[in-house]
Design a protein. Structure first.
Length: 223
């Protein structure tokens, strides 16, 4: 791992690129004081379904102001989105090699209601990191404007829309076998669900080989 910290937004079942940063940086800052941004990974995960990439979006309650702090943002349960998301995941990955092994780790997130998006995402992240046997130091930002000292700012760099994502020379996605790759070829940078259900214990190695060579060497030296 490198000495420099990294600042990330919160994310719902984050993509492979997002997770790769946890191998490189020992300290991860999660932004808690920004205004919520729509159409981002903050409340969106992308899986590979039978008809191609499919976005799973967590609906949020609309406040009186268009600007809502991410730490105050409540999840909406006006629709049964949890059932819809879980059924989409089951449909996409029930034939994957590690679905039966890991489904019990993730099903509770679609059976229990969590009030706040930030807390919900944090619990998901902790579960994913535990499966990967990663134990980074995770801190939350006290303010939005101030980026922690000696810290790379990736709050807006990782985005579901390629035209809005920023170049990342440290991430080179390694291919792995996906359920529907015979139809679509390899689809990079999907949700961590895709990686974990398809690769299981090999997921860490996939992440390691998806980062640049110098960072990979630094990460391996800390194992």
């Amino acid at each position: 791992m490198v000495d420099q910290d990294i600042l990330l937004s919160t994310a719902y079942f984050p993509p492979v690129q997002y997770l790769s940063k946890f191998l490189v940086h020992q300290t991860i800052w999660i932004e808690t004081s920004e205004n919520f941004s729509k159409q981002t990974f903050r409340n969106r995960a992308v899986i590979l379904a039978a008809n191609g990439p499919e976005s799973l979006i967590v609906p949020v309650e609309k406040g009186r102001s268009q600007k809502q702090l991410i730490q105050d943002l409540r999840i909406s349960y006006d629709t049964n989105w949890q059932h819809t998301h879980w059924q989409a995941i089951v449909s996409a990955y029930q034939s994957s090699p590690f679905f039966e092994v890991l489904q019990d780790d993730f099903r509770p997130f679609f059976e229990q209601q969590h009030p706040f998006l930030l807390d919900f995402n944090q619990q998901i992240l902790e579960t994913v990191l535990a499966i990967l046997e990663l134990n980074p130091t995770i801190k939350q930002t006290p303010d939005f404007e101030e980026v922690p000292t000696n810290c790379q700012n990736y709050r807006e760099a990782i985005h579901p829309k390629p035209q809005k994502a920023l170049p990342d020379s440290f991430f080179k996605p390694r291919t792995y076998t996906q359920v529907f790759d015979d139809k679509f070829g390899f689809t990079p940078n999907l949700s961590c669900l895709d990686l974990l259900f398809n690769c299981g214990a090999e997921s860490y190695a996939i992440l390691l080989e998806s980062i640049s060579a110098p960072d990979r060497a630094a990460a391996k030296s800390r194992e």
